[in-house]
Write a protein that binds this ligand. Structure first.
Ligand code: AR6
Length: 370
């Protein structure tokens, strides 16, 4: 039950149903309509002739003929007249009608093109927003176990809002470490001082607890040096319990806190947010089966993608996101554009995973969830 944006020719997709952006006559045309009819062969047109056309916002279903899909769902998008002629509602109605029809025919997977965004002239960024919002709402409300694809034919037909694009591009520019990560440059004097101090902390704690130093190597990345140096043991405790509401009272508490792995932390946050599991995995755009797997294993180590999708669903702050990642042995990195884009959205308090995925797609990055 999730939405995936992919760059793909819809006529090649092995799904239960593909959606056609047709015209009211349903007798074929240009764009994706023409491509679907060409790939399906003459049987599709014959069946379409029996349907009596289709109104804007409604949908009709046929078989797939020579296409690799079982069904073609034909819908008619609105022609763009400037945005004040009910275009948004009509376009949303197309997605809803097609999804209902897919559900009624037991489809587990359905692929949409960006309806109205070609010949019918709907601005692409706006068409994309309507598509993702409507599909997301349907998936949130529906019990159907359905995987929905938004097939974007070519890069040019894909656009997120200019302002959003510019904002993210600037953020990447300001933060991307690219090839020049901290590994390839000398440490600044204060960083060396911080590193030495942390090393001493580790040695102290290990000595005190009679444990090998390796056990404490996996602490989260060092925080910038505080203006007022903290007593050394407290500094380490804070790093160990970074993101926790209360600082731990002792080393034992801090280690117990660390032992609270990804799954217990996740479940606690779900409770704190007053969410249900279903709300959480749907909002994270992840599969119910994957969520059950995470839920049933206290030591589950999710992929970074899954951990971040759940952090977004829970609307975690940056600090909390770093915390939940560290519980799976992961971290946000400024050497990764993917990570920086996610960070941009979290820092701006924007937690719509589908909007984030649109942006990731626009920057050629893998998508969250699904
Ligand atoms: N796979 C996925 N997407 C595609 C493909 C493909 N093979 N080919 C085109 N697109 P359009 P509309 C994208 O014009 O705006 C027809 O003549 C394309 O890049 O096909 O709803 C009908 O008969 C664009 O983003 O549909 C109607 O008269 C999107 O599909 C009229 O066009 C929709 O572009 C409908 O216009």
């Amino acid at each position: 039950m999730s939405l995936e944006i992919i760059r793909q020719d819809i006529t090649r997709m092995h799904v239960d149903a593909i959606v056609n952006a047709a015209n009211p006559a349903l007798l074929g045309g240009g764009g994706v309509d023409g491509a679907i009819h060409r790939a399906a062969g003459p049987g599709l047109l014959e069946e379409c002739r029996t349907l009596g056309g289709c109104k804007t916002g409604e949908a009709k279903i046929t078989r797939g003929y020579d296409l690799p899909c079982r069904y073609v769902i034909h819908t008619v998008g609105p022609i763009w007249h400037g945005g004040h002629a009910g275009e948004r509602e009509k376009l949303a109605a197309c997605y809803k009608s097609a999804l209902r029809l897919a559900r009624a025919h037991g489809c587990g997977s359905v692929a949409f093109p960006l309806i109205s965004a070609g010949v019918y002239g709907y601005p692409r960024d706006k068409a994309l927003r309507v598509a993702t919002d409507t599909i997301r709402d349907f998936l949130m409300e529906s019990d159907a176990d359905m995987h929905v694809y938004l097939a974007i034919f070519d890069k040019a037909s894909f656009a997120i809002g200019e302002k959003l694009y510019a904002g993210i591009a600037q953020y990447i520019d300001d933060n991307y470490a690219g090839q020049h990560t901290a590994r390839s440059r000398s440490l600044l004097p204060e960083e060396m001082c911080e590193l030495a101090k942390a090393q001493r902390d580790i040695e102290d704690v290990c000595e005190e607890m009679a444990m090998p130093q390796e056990a404490l190597r996996e602490v989260p990345p060092f925080a910038p040096m505080a203006a007022k140096p903290e007593p050394k043991k407290r500094g380490l405790l804070e790093r160990l319990t970074r993101g926790a509401k209360k600082p731990a009272a002792s080393i034992e508490d801090a280690l117990a806190e660390l032992e609270d792995g990804f799954t217990p932390y996740l479940l606690r946050k779900i409770d704190e947010r007053g969410m249900t599991d279903v709300q959480c995995y749907k909002k994270a755009n992840i599969d119910r089966k994957l969520f059950s797997k995470i839920r049933s294993s206290a030591n589950y180590k999710p992929s970074k993608n899954t951990a971040l999708a759940l952090a977004i669903a829970l609307e975690l702050s940056l600090e909390e996101t770093r915390d939940i990642l560290s519980r799976a042995g992961l971290a946000l990195s400024h050497a990764s554009k993917f990570d920086i884009i996610i960070e941009y959205f979290i820092a701006n308090g924007q937690y719509d995973i589908f909007e984030i995925n649109e942006a990731l797609f626009a920057f050629d990055q893998p998508l969250l969830g699904a």
